[in-house]
Design a binder for this molecule. Structure first.
Ligand code: SF4
Length: 161
């Protein structure tokens, strides 16, 4: 099966801080999670994608949060630099790739203002999480692409098998 995967989960240094969120090498994941992740990688067609890099943002870059998650969306940095257009370009890029390739499933990094599928930071830059989706996750799910995050590998495995 074709699966869109957040590039940072695959170990690519595309995060805002220049680091990655590698599942395979990260110390916060158990051996079982890593084993399951590698099984998923080896048994499926993986499409690595980072919406923020795709949108033209540099790495490293200032962290951004969604301050208005309803239309009109507003995504900005702590210094109030408005990056909404970049985040929308990234979301559209992900959707275009999914449509072109017939991708119906995505494994996206949790809590990100682009990729988060259940929780996002509340826009105050104080590490408070609220229910909500990043702009890429939101657009993909509105287009019937099923999204899982890195804590939902078992659910992803069941879904694709
Ligand atoms: S935009 Fe998504 S893929 Fe890119 S660094 Fe953030 S969480 Fe990872």
């Amino acid at each position: 099966m074709k699966i869109l995967v957040s590039s940072c989960l695959l170990g690519e240094n595309v995060r805002y801080d220049g680091e990655n969120s590698s599942i395979a090498l990260g110390s916060s994941f158990t051996f079982k999670q890593k084993e399951l992740f590698m099984d998923i990688l080896c048994s499926n067609e993986i499409y690595s994608f980072c919406p923020e890099v795709f949108s033209g943002l540099e790495t490293p870059r200032e962290a951004a949060e969604i301050v208005n998650s309803n239309k009109p969306f507003i995504v900005q940095t702590k210094e109030k630099v408005n990056l909404t257009i970049n985040f929308l370009i990234g979301a559209k890029g992900a959707l275009d790739l999914c449509k072109e390739e017939g991708i119906k499933v995505a494994l996206l990094k949790s809590k990100s203002p682009s990729c988060g599928n259940e929780k996002i930071y509340d826009g105050t830059f104080s590490k408070n999480l609220i229910d909500g989706q990043g702009l890429t996750a939101k657009l993909l799910s509105e287009n019937e692409i099923k999204i899982f995050n890195e804590e939902q590998l078992k659910e992803l495995f069941i879904h694709i098998n």
